[in-house]
Design a protein. Structure first.
Length: 558
């Protein structure tokens, strides 16, 4: 893992754009695009790309398109198209043009014929295996196909018949005629079109040949007048092909620019792997709060502002690296600290009876909604003779330095009084079931004249005003930070963290929290930030822990 690169005021992509603006290459236009393939839900890596592309358009007063790269009918679906639109908007961006690569199928086909007529493309009858076997290696040149020198007429005829559906899948492809001994493997007569007799979610059964990514992508950029086509580093070696196709066709030429993809520790980011987790029911769905999908992060309680801040903080790098989740968590803490109202929730309740508090009496105590935001005002917290505290806020035989409640010990109940533990009630198995305490009426928060000094302050919930809730606590989805290090032959799914979800079924909440809207965000005092889950019912609210208050992992590592 490596530290995030310091963000200079102008990153390397902006430097390239600035130089184009100076030279006048694009008449000072900036037009980017975000080009997802609709074959899955977007993840935090896509969020990085979205923030980058839309962010550049905003910064340079330009435009950004949303383009669905739908050239592979087998894996694509309208469900994904809808979720992608939704996620981009949720992140706070609105696209200028919305396009589908499939809108360009006619134009792309025309261009393929144009390449054939120029003698720059040919129909190859070799199988995929034969093509792979004759491609050579980076140090050994490939072998030219026996079909490479077909005449233009024959190629045109075959290609048209491919389009007409006369041939079986896999029996023919269209290849660019470039250089079988190029040091760049992508230039060794790459495949441009393949036969696929599949139903396409937009074009239906109109086509049975589909363009390859490399053919469709750059030409789509050109059609849309994109100026800067930003992609991840693995496409750097595709750039010569991107340029070759555009130059051979003599069409408008965008600039491809590569940056390092975002990798996050302890998770997976490939849509194929995410799909496997969803379909194999390792998680509850694409929006499982443990997933790095945008829908998962949203359900977990992440805000668009926190994700945009994160994308900004990691900057754009030219080298691949793995970003620590702690940085993402830092961004959401920073946001929620300022915006989330505070409330008190007890996850694992232990009853405390305050024996000198009059039976039947209750009172309302005053608490601030958010100490970071005085303008959010104050709220009333009910208090009474019986309350709940956390089981682990009491220890019968405490180690040194334990400042919470102990037999005979004193602590402050937040917003309320100082109490002293006088009696520990146990069941027949010796488990502590109840504490009997006294309170000091003159120690009331805000008007404390008791003169007492206590080191611990506990959160609590009044029994007479308590409701039950389910609280879901999450941990890293995987046990190792870098899944690319899994040895050959081992299943990456064996590294799923068996403790990534802990369900607390009988937490105590203040009744007022029953009104919390789905998706609302809270700080449960001392426990972390939490978000109301859509599984909430009027009888039983469900909360997800977004993040703890402090980085517990950093502590554990010391
Ligand atoms: P995956 O491998 O997860 O399926 P992909 O690159 O195939 O990702 P696309 O839908 O093709 O997914 O990606 C759309 C855009 O998002 C592309 O421009 C791609 O470069 C960018 N992108 C995808 N993953 C990341 C990432 N981890 N970091 C930054 N950008 C990414
Ligand atoms: Mg892709």
């Amino acid at each position: 893992m490596e530290a995030t690169e310091h963000k200079s005021s102008v990153n390397f992509i902006e430097q390239i754009i600035d130089s184009h603006n100076e030279s006048g290459r694009f008449q000072k236009r900036v037009h980017t695009r975000f080009p997802p393939e609709p074959n899955g839900y977007l993840h935090i890596g896509h969020a990085k790309s979205i923030c980058l592309n839309f962010g550049l358009a905003q910064k340079y007063n330009g435009k950004c398109n949303l383009r669905f790269d739908d050239t592979n009918p087998a894996t694509e679906d309208v469900e994904y198209v809808d979720s992608i639109r939704n996620d981009v908007r949720w992140l706070g961006f609105e696209w200028d043009g919305e396009f589908f690569a499939s809108d360009y199928f006619d134009q792309l086909y025309e261009w393929a014929e144009q390449l054939i007529r120029k003698g720059k493309a040919y129909v190859d009858d070799q199988t995929a295996e034969e093509i792979a076997a004759t491609r050579g290696t980076p140090t050994v040149p490939g072998k030219e196909s026996p079909f490479r020198n077909r005449s233009v007429e024959e190629n045109l005829d075959l290609f048209r018949r491919m389009k007409a559906g006369e041939f079986d899948e896999g029996s023919k492809v269209l290849r660019a005629k470039i250089d079988m001994s190029s040091p760049n493997m992508h230039m060794r007569d790459p495949v441009l079109y393949r036969i696929k007799k599949a139903h396409h979610h937009r074009t239906g059964d109109r086509w049975c040949i589909y363009p390859m990514y490399d053919f469709a992508h750059g030409l789509s950029d050109s059609i849309e007048g994109i100026t800067h086509s930003i992609c991840t580093l693995e496409f750097e070696v595709h750039r010569p092909l991107y340029d070759w196709l555009i130059d051979e066709l003599g069409i408008y030429h965008p600039q491809q620019i590569e940056f390092a993809r975002l990798n996050l520790a302890y998770t997976v980011m490939s849509k194929r792997k995410l799909l496997e987790l969803v379909e194999g029911k390792y998680v509850s769905g694409w929006d499982d709060p443990r997933l790095p999908t945008i829908s998962g992060l949203r359900r977990r309680g992440y805000t668009p502002a926190a994700i945009r801040h994160f994308a900004d903080k990691i900057g754009v790098a030219k080298r691949d690296n793995i970003i620590d989740v702690a940085l993402l968590e830092f961004c959401i803490r920073e946001d929620l600290n300022k915006t989330a109202p505070r409330t008190m929730v007890v996850l694992r309740p232990l009853k405390v009876v305050i024996t000198n508090y009059p039976e039947g009496q209750t009172e309302m105590l005053s608490a601030v909604v958010n100490p970071e935001m005085p303008e959010m005002g104050s709220r009333s917290v009910p208090f009474g003779r019986e309350i709940y505290i956390e089981q682990d806020d009491f220890m019968e035989n405490p180690p040194k330095g334990y400042f919470r409640l102990t037999p005979g010990g004193e602590v402050r109940l937040k917003y309320a009084y100082i109490i002293q533990c006088q009696e520990v009630v146990k069941d027949e198995n010796g488990n502590v079931t109840e504490l009997r305490c006294i309170y000091f009426p003159e120690s009331k928060s805000g008007s404390d004249t008791s003169g007492k000094k206590v080191k611990g302050t506990l959160h609590w919930v009044a029994a007479h005003d308590a409701a039950e809730a389910e609280v879901r606590l999450y941990d890293r989805l995987f046990t190792i930070p870098d899944l690319s290090e899994i040895p050959e032959g081992q299943d990456w799914k064996d590294f799923i963290n068996p403790k990534s979800l802990e369900v607390v079924s009988h937490a105590k909440i203040e009744k007022s929290l029953l009104q919390a809207e789905s998706g609302s965000l809270w700080q449960f005092e001392r426990l972390g930030y939490f978000c109301t889950d859509p599984d909430t019912t009027p009888q039983k609210p469900v909360f997800n822990r977004t993040v703890t208050l402090k980085d517990t992992w950093a502590k554990a590592a010391h």
